[in-house]
Design a protein around this ligand. Structure first.
Ligand code: CTP
Ligand code: MG
Length: 238
């Protein structure tokens, strides 16, 4: 598999952003919570739009928020990167399916990226897209695990210590040849927390590339605090 040229604009990024953010506690939907004074989603879209190859961003937002989000994101993508806002669904998978349905033709590579991973660096986006461009039908960014992992029963008794060496934590953006993502979504129903899992079930090989610490998923209040500190640190571009 060889990396090919990096033409601007062969990548569309789908951004599921319709979740409520229950683990973050009460407040606005997670994608609209403020991080350093701006909604999470604005941070996410700005970073995605800064990655080479991205020509289109399709965001799936909570019901009733489509025009508000259109306004919010109007100035974020540079000229040449189109922005589409659609309504999300009941589940993450449904939100991704809605975004895929709203994606114009002409983008052979589709990335799916959680709005909640608002600080994912453009280099990570480019790394995933390059691996798809280079011939891998499905690509996921992964990190080694930090904690020791144990299997336990319902009473809390330890059954086994899992060998960590063969395990990886999976992030987004996940990358797909467009027809593979479409087939995966057509074939399967229910909810899944990642899209590569759909492709695996169809027997499509899934390729790993290195993930990034900055692509952490903002899930709990402590994650939001960490993200604030990372931005305040100044080593991170807004
Ligand atoms: N998401 C979505 N539509 C849904 C549920 C989730 O688009 N019906 C999106 C979220 O907005 C988020 C991404 O999927 O960007 C990952 O989901 P998660 O981090 O779990 O976000 P929430 O579901 O909002 O959070 P929680 O599970 O704590 O409620
Ligand atoms: Mg969720």
């Amino acid at each position: 598999v060889t990396a090919q040229l990096d033409p601007r604009g062969d990548v569309a990024v789908l951004v599921p952003a319709a979740g409520v953010g229950s683990r973050l506690g009460p407040g606005a939907p997670k994608a609209l919570r403020l991080l350093a004074g701006e909604p999470l989603l604005l941070h996410a879209v700005r970073r995605l739009a800064g990655a080479a190859g991205v020509g289109c961003i399709v965001v799936a937002v909570p019901g009733g928020q489509v025009s508000a989000v259109r306004e919010l994101l109007a100035g974020a993508p540079p000229p040449g990167v189109s922005l589409i806002v659609v309504e999300g669904g009941e589940t993450r998978q449904r939100s991704v399916a809605n975004a895929l349905a709203g994606t114009p033709a002409g983008f052979p590579i589709i990335l799916v990226h959680d709005a909640a991973r608002a600080l994912a660096p453009p280099e990570l986006v480019e790394r995933v897209a390059a691996a798809v461009r280079g011939g891998h039908p499905v690509v996921i960014p992964v990190l080694p695990l930090i904690d020791t992992i144990k299997q336990v029963d319902e009473s809390g008794r330890v059954l086994a210590t899992v060998d960590r060496a063969g395990l990886r934590a999976v992030q987004t953006p996940q990358g797909f040849r467009r027809e593979v993502l479409r087939a995966a979504h057509e074939a399967l129903t229910g909810d899944r927390t990642d899209d590569a899992g759909l492709a695996e079930m169809l027997g499509v090989p899934v390729h790993c590339v290195a993930g990034a610490d900055l692509a952490l998923k903002i899930t709990r209040p402590i994650d939001l605090t960490l993200a604030e500190l990372l931005l305040a640190d100044g080593s991170l571009r807004r």
